[in-house]
Design a protein around this ligand. Sequence first.
Ligand code: AHR
Length: 387
Amino acid sequence: MKRFFNNPDSAGCGQQTMRQFSFFADAGCGRQTMRQFSFIPGAGCGCQTMKKLLSSLLCLSLLTGIAGTCGCQAKPETEPTDDNVFVIGFSQVGSESDWRVANTKSMTDTFSDDPEYELVMENARQMQENQFTAVRRFILEGVDMIIIAPTVEEGWLTVLTEVHDAGIPVIIMDRSVAVWDDNLYLTNVGSDFLRQGNLAVEWLEKETLKDAENGDESEDGTVRILHLQGTLGATAQIQRTKALEDAVASHGDWELISQLDGDFTEAKAYEVMTTYLAGNHDIDVIYSENDNMTFGAMRALDEAGITYGEGGQVKIITFDATKEALQYCLDGKINLCVECNPLFGPQVKELIEAYRRGDTIPKHVYVNETAYTAKDLTQEFVDTREY
Ligand code: AHR
């Protein structure tokens, strides 16, 4: 466990002064906690007036560290365990992509500066089982709300029913869950992944028409599309894939030459692309379901000596539009960046505040997004990109 204290003075046993410090932990279990505490060291052991089991557990973990350091008994006190602090358990997918890192930062930045909130994040390392464990721990800890960014859509009914039975409201964030009863969550906030996919195929349709007009199409007129898919079963994969598969079905000259599972990571995409390129070079388009997979694919293409981007053999379509991908786009290495905006921490907070005021909140909230080609970009725009 890695802990960072801005006032880690745990040796002042016997002092009765209240102190505050921040606690940021990335425990082996994947928990990252950003919160503020006050405590009174040296006043005997045990937590007084704990209103939440969560706080008790945190006290225990703190006590272990403090007692181990100064060899005396320390007594944690209450803040922010008073009733005014709204504790949110957040089950995040992982840190598989630059998008995800930006999304986590948006969430932690949004809540860490506000003393009315405490955000406890569990990193599921892209495993749904870890999310179930985290959510069940949040229930035991008695948090005020649970936010889930689900790895995949299926399999949530049991655990969401448990949360519902515990009376804890849930927000589904980023991706979606496939449950028949949408009363199991308050709202689902995130991207419209199908729209993103449709933006991509609409662009490709125009480009291939232009190529045909200019005589730039392949010899037999076929558009050979290699599809790099994200984590199978994730909404971002399902919807982006649907847009492409529907478009291929309605374009007689489009051929889906292969679908490779890149799991939304650069390393996996590089691996599957390298294997694929060992036997096949006849590719016109790569439709890559996120930027990190695109970076892996670009590396594999470079090693295989295949050109891509403006004027290259392969057109590249990527999703997320992170700063790095936009720079490649501006430099002519990526043809289209479809935006997937991860910076919706503030929007999530607004929804929570509306819920706490008793306002009705919509069942689905989409974030604003667009798509970029090089002509839509300037260096200044890329330089000031937040993620
Ligand atoms: O769910 C959002 C998708 O997941 C983003 O496109 C991707 O980068 C992330 O891993």
